[in-house]
Design a protein around this ligand. Structure first.
Ligand code: PBG
Length: 324
């Protein structure tokens, strides 16, 4: 007891603080999300996400090059097609924008890993993550085949990993089967397992032009009041073959990250989503917070909660800081 025991002793010197630090952020933890738009000469700022752009293929390659130079291990790719329709055809078109981008990246920068987001919402005219019927209901089973087709087309183009973000029941199993049947037994799936219906995705929907044109996503994404359900969802994805499980959003769901990690001991990814990014950017633009310190504290909290991987729009900033 005090005065024999003094926790402050070990906090007096930076070297000792470093030596006893329990959690570290590393460049190896980071995945950098990018938005590729169909067309030429595009570098369109996302107004609610300063520093984030919709990029045409050429500009995307430049951004990937920078990420690769910073030793960021992987990017997560979202596509914005020119044409949308009710069945999201461009999501699984052989020459869709994501498929083109994957081929180009793998050709020019074979070392950086390419993870593709698998979902229909950026490609459907109605903005939902699955097919809809005449009553506007999002159809689960009819959507599964299209998701599997989308994932397979990404992998055929050269994607190193696929990340289904749609929250249809059974999609991980359907995708696993499609990949296996086509010989892609070693391509892992990072499942958005505990994905909540969240207002924190607001800015993303501007970035990906994927806002639902009617209704909302509460019939497929989870309710923020639920915690046990996140365990059930994650359990199902693991049973269906998920290799990495994701909790999304991250900041308001650190408890879920911890539970998922403790329950399964699987690699856990945390998605530091668009709204979390925008809030920090907005406050720091006002001079109200110290952006660099806030970002570090936020991302370390995700590590402390149990995340192994962090998907973040801050990836380049963090990588630069860590390299200093
Ligand atoms: C697509 C998808 C979304 C995000 C990732 N994949 C949006 C949504 O579900 O509406 C959100 C990412 C972010 O907010 O940064 N289904």
């Amino acid at each position: 007891m005090f005065p024999t025991i003094r926790p402050r002793r070990i906090r007096q010197v930076e070297n000792f603080r470093k030596m006893v630090r329990e959690n570290h952020l590393q460049v190896n933890d980071l995945v950098y999300p990018l938005f590729v738009a169909e067309g030429t000469n595009i570098k369109k700022p996302v107004s609610s996400m300063p520093g984030v752009y919709q990029l045409c293929l050429d500009n995307l390659l430049r951004e990937v090059e920078e990420a690769a130079k910073l030793q960021i291990p992987a990017i997560l790719l979202f596509g914005i097609p020119k044409e949308k329709d009710t069945i999201g055809s461009q999501a699984y078109a052989e020459n869709g924008i994501v498929q083109q981008a994957v081929r180009a990246i793998k050709k020019e920068f074979p070392k950086i890993s390419v993870i593709t987001d698998v979902c229909l919402c950026e490609f459907t005219s109605h903005g939902h993550c699955g097919l809809i019927n005449d009553n506007g209901q999002v159809l689960n089973d009819a959507t599964l085949q299209l998701l599997a087709k989308t994932a397979l087309s990404h992998v055929e183009a050269g994607a190193d990993m696929v990340a289904p973000s749609d929250m249809m029941d059974g999609r991980v199993g359907e995708i696993r089967e499609a990949l296996d049947d086509n010989g892609f037994i070693d391509i892992p799936i990072m499942a958005y397992s505990a994905k909540y219906a969240s207002a924190f995705y607001g800015p993303f929907r501007e970035a990906a032009q994927s806002a639902p044109q009617f209704g909302d996503r509460r019939s497929y994404q989870m309710d923020c009041g639920n915690s046990n359900e996140a365990i059930r969802e994650t359990y199902l994805d693991i049973q269906e073959g998920a290799d990495i499980v994701m909790v999304k959003p991250a900041l308001s769901y650190l408890d879920i990250i911890r539970r998922v990690k403790d329950e399964f001991g699987y690699p856990v990814a945390a998605y530091n989503v668009s709204g979390e990014y925008s809030m920090v950017k907005a406050a720091s633009a006002q001079g109200w917070i110290d952006e660099e310190k806030i970002v570090n504290e936020m991302l370390v909290s995700m590590k402390r909660a149990g995340a192994d991987i962090i998907l973040t729009y801050f990836a380049k900033d963090v990588a630069k800081r860590l390299q200093k």
